[in-house]
Each structure stands twice: as C-alpha cells, then as structure tokens.
Write a protein that binds this ligand. Sequence first.
Ligand code: ZN
Ligand code: ZN
Length: 357
Amino acid sequence: MLKIFDKKEVYLMKAAVFEKFQGKIAVQNVPDPKPNDAGVVVKVLATGLCRSDWHGWMGHDPDIVLPHVPGHELTGIVVAKGKNVKKFSLNDRVTVPFVCGCGTCEQCATNNQQVCDNQSQPGFTHWGSFAEYVALDYADTNLVKLPDEISSITAATLGCRFITSYRAIVAQGMVSEGKTIAVHGCGGVGLLAVMIAHSLGAEVIAIDINTKNLNLAKELGASFTINPLETNVVQEVKEYTRGGVDVSLDALGSAETCFNSIANLKKRGRHVQVGLVTGNHKHPKIPMDLVIANELEIVGSHGMQAHKYPELLAMIQRGELHPEKLINRTVSLQEATQLLPQMNAFEHHGVLVIDSF
Ligand SMILES: [Zn+2]
Ligand SMILES: [Zn+2]
C-alpha cells in the first residue's frame, strides 16, 4: 500500500499505480490531484494506451519518480482550476498535447511549445491520466477545447501519435497536393502519416517489412508499397517516382530507415525524422554526400503545439481525417493494468482507449 494513502486527509480517486519498474500495476485509491495556480485538474473521460507508457513502466524514462501513474493521451472535463487560468472554465471538455509547454521560455514565447525548455508531460514528469483525475500544468498554454462533434474516445487518440504525424507531414514536411512522399515504417505514426498525406492530395509510397501494415497503408491511401525484405528500397522508390520523392519520413527510427529516407529523395527534397532513434540507432549514418550534391534538407519533428490543434480538428470535422479508424477497442482501467505490460507486442493491433474508471 502507498505511503501517501491517508483516508483522513484527502479525497481519494482511483488510479493505476506501479511502485516498481516492471512490477505489478494495480488500481489503488490515491489522493485527488490539486491544480497549481496556472493549472487545472480534469476528470478523465478517455485515455489512450501507448507504447511510451510501456517504456515508462519498463524504466526507460529518467523523468519518472516512483510510485507512478502512467497515461498521457487524454480527454477530460475541467473540474478545478488555479487562480491564474484565464482561457478555460469549469466543465470545458479538453485535451492536451503530450508535450506541455511552460508558456514563458524562449521557445514558448516564439510559439514553439513542442520544444519548450521546461516541458512537462503528464504520465512522465508527473502522474498521468490512468486515473479518475489528472492535473495539467500551464492550462492556458496547453489545453485544447474540443468541438462537440469529436467524441472523447477519438480525441484521446490525438495527443501523441496523431499530432506527431500531423506536424511531421504538414508543418515540417510541408506536404501538399501533388507532392510525392515516402513513409518508412508503417506502425502507428507511419500509418497516420499515410492517412494525413493522402488526405492532403499527396501521392504516398508506404514502406514496411510487415505485409499486414502495407495492406493497412493501402487502405489508408498509399498508392504504392515496398517491402524492404524483397527489394532495394531506394532503387525502387527512385524508379517508381523517376528520380525520387519530394518528402520522405522516417517514421520508425532505425539506422536503415533513416538512411533510406534521405537517400530516396529527389534533388532539393526534404527528410523528416519523426521516429525516435534510441540505443544503437541514436546516431545513424547519414549520406552527407547526397545532402550536399542534391541540396537535401533534414528536419526533425517533435509533438505539436496546442495552438495548432484547431486546423487539425477542422480537418476531422470536415471528414478529411479519420483518427477513429485506428482505434481497436475500449477497455476499463482495470483491464489496462493487465494490458500495459504487453504493450510492446501490441503496436500493430490498433489503439486501445480506456473509457471506464
Ligand atoms: Zn503516446
Ligand atoms: Zn516553455
């Protein structure tokens, strides 16, 4: 039992807690969070399960302090707010991007909250949304009000993979109608990238070693697929496009996908690194000769700012994007405690969302 458990002192909520990395996750009664002056507490309506939560539970994230409550892909209703919150009211239905900005650093001041110098992440830097309530810092900078037409379950799937993909394609990739784009790695982020690029009118080439993922990519709009186990990816892309693609995404984050994604660009093409590179893949080999000779651009992409959501929400409302297509099923908080340790094997089965607590 947790040391902080104290019936006399506070109201208690249900939350999924782990006290040891790779240990048991159990639904416990823990104190309700309180908002700080610039923050809010929301009652969680829906929250997605993500492989990042699994990484956190494994002990891969240095920000996590035990005991811990995971969860960062959430929709909720504002139930308490600090005295400095101006833009949001009680009962507002909201979501947040997984990277929350401080609102005042140099990056936030230039509207780049996605790379805030003092960023917080619910479910990592503090307790997250696998709970009845979650505290969110700097509400005016980070909350996003949701239109009625977008369900809480759908909205819970936006704050992590979806916005990551969206920013990579739209802002960093500058993909538009008529462009050709290659997506290397068709897991969660990659498949979403295919959907988003296709909806913008781009021609999409999907690349993955898993045939099932390639079939999904086709359903989401890819016009050509390549399996690296069967052929030379760079050669195939160049032949199909007669010279290379305008924009290429490494959505997986491996030395091979990063190299191919740069090498398959046409002259003055743009590579977007969106798949996280870790471990041995941290410093992949770059074909720098091609970068110079062909004036290639290499850009990174990391999350998305809260103030960019309205354009994305409008595309969903207009029926141009269908995040709900990636949802597998909804589960209870109790079920999630069993599912989280297996998340690493779940990548290809669609998104799971907790909607009962
Ligand atoms: Zn996530
Ligand atoms: Zn900041």
